[in-house]
Design a protein around this ligand. Structure first.
Ligand SMILES: NC(=O)c1ccc[n+]([C@@H]2O[C@H](COP(=O)([O-])OP(=O)(O)OC[C@H]3O[C@@H](n4cnc5c(N)ncnc54)[C@H](O)[C@@H]3O)[C@@H](O)[C@H]2O)c1
Ligand SMILES: [Fe+2]
Length: 384
């Protein structure tokens, strides 16, 4: 089997690690740091904590705090402009996947003449980024260890930039930052991470043994801890496990691909602004059901990690138990699960189905089995 695996050079995991970002960035040669985050991160006091840590390490700081969920091209351009006029020589991304994805592109654009639009796609970026440290506050997208940024263009389409330069120098996990994450965000981002692990493991295109190891370890951590953090958000051990699981799932999926769950989720986010994790949660169980026959062996293998200690006589039973366990987890997540209650227009369902099968073909190609427009529309109708 031929494959390639790439990942970040350094991960730091420690409660309270946000106070080390100054030392970490100064160690990378930073003197003028651009902090990229959103208004929520400022309100929580995390931006101020980061500023203090950077100042203590002798770094000058400018803050761009206007990132929006599913960050727009405009946000990235504004932030890059601010970074250039400040003459920033390093970037700190702090927040959920939206802030981290924006920060990654800013770090690349600071020294680049390329327009953002020219970066859409795979390996289009020329030049090098400035030093980059990423601190996730959700668990999560895994964006802190991936070389992809997803943004929303002027036509409300999701555009992905895949480029090795987007990988940071250091990913910092600080569980204290996630203790106050509201239950709905906890559920949505935790399920997103589980989808990353599952879709990486069952990828038809780039599945590989290193990603498999990370995906199964991630699924075990996420499966054992998602209900715990939903019951008690201040459980530091469980929050730490969620961050670690989300990071490992990120390492897995960026090297193996995600698949139809992400494919079906994308138009829901781009057209109706359903948060990324929530959109994944909506289609997760029906897509796993759809795949059950084709992915029976792999789902049975994953059952050992999601349902440790349970013994199954037959592969088919294990695979079914795996899908049922996910269905129960999604049902108990507290998230609204009907498209009609989320402002989705029924007339858009066939259009979204075409967009998935034609526009984001690569994600269907990585699914354990093929899907037609008819199949995709039927899944949307089933959850309408
Ligand atoms: N690059 C990748 O590898 C990758 C992978 C998956 C998803 N994504 C992208 O990530 C984005 C979604 O990121 P997300 O789900 O982490 O959410 P987000 O970054 O959009 O944040 C959602 C909300 O949660 C708030 N929030 C964040 N951390 C908090 C905390 N600790 N406490 C309280 N509130 C907090 C934010 O302020 C924001 O209002 C989407 O744009 C998606 O496309 C990227
Ligand atoms: Fe995702």
């Amino acid at each position: 089997m031929n494959y390639e695996f790439r990942s970040v050079p350094r991960v730091v995991c420690e409660a309270g690690a946000l106070s080390s970002v100054g030392t970490l960035l100064a160690g990378l040669g930073a003197q003028r740091v651009m902090l990229v985050c959103d208004p929520g991160i400022v309100a929580l006091g995390f931006a101020a904590q980061a500023r203090t840590a950077l100042a203590a390490a002798g770094c000058a700081v400018t803050v761009y705090d206007q990132v929006v969920p599913d960050p727009s091209a405009t946000v990235v351009k504004q932030a890059a402009e601010q970074a250039r006029s400040f003459q920033a020589d390093a970037v700190l991304g702090l927040g959920g996947g939206s802030s981290l994805d924006a920060a990654k592109l800013v770090a690349l654009l600071i020294r680049s003449e390329q327009p953002l639009e020219d970066l859409y796609g795979t390996d289009k970026a020329l030049g090098q980024r400035v030093p980059l440290v990423l601190v996730p506050t959700t668990a999560g997208t895994g964006s802190e260890v991936t070389w992809v940024s997803v943004i929303t263009d002027e036509q409300q389409r999701k555009q992905a930039v895949y480029s090795p330069q987007l990988m940071p120098d250091i990913a910092v996990l600080d569980p204290e930052l996630t203790l106050g994450l509201p239950p709905k965000v906890t559920a949505a981002t935790g399920l997103d991470a589980m989808v990353h692990a599952i879709e990486a493991y069952t990828s038809r295109t780039r599945k590989n043994p290193i990603a498999d190891g990370l995906a199964t370890a991630a699924l075990a951590l996420l499966g054992a801890n998602l209900r715990k953090v939903l019951a008690d958000g201040r459980d530091v051990a469980a929050r730490t496990a969620m961050l670690q699981g989300s990071l490992m799932a990120g390492m897995a999926f960026v090297n193996a691909s995600v698949a139809a769950i992400h494919g079906l989720a994308y138009p829901l986010g781009a057209r109706f602004h359903i948060p990324h994790g929530h959109a994944n949660a909506l289609v997760m169980a029906p897509v796993l059901r759809f795949n059950l026959h084709a992915a029976q062996r792999q789902y049975a293998e994953l059952a050992a990690y999601l349902l440790p200690g349970e013994h199954f006589e037959h592969e088919a039973h294990a695979a079914l138990a795996f899908v049922q366990a996910i269905e129960a987890l999604v049902a108990d997540s507290g998230l609204e699960l009907r498209l009609s209650n989320l402002g989705v227009d029924e007339a858009a369902l066939p259009l979204m189905a075409t967009e998935v099968v034609v526009g984001i073909r690569r994600l269907i190609d990585s699914n354990p089995t093929d899907m037609t427009e008819h199949d995709v529309e039927a899944i949307y109708r089933g959850i309408y």
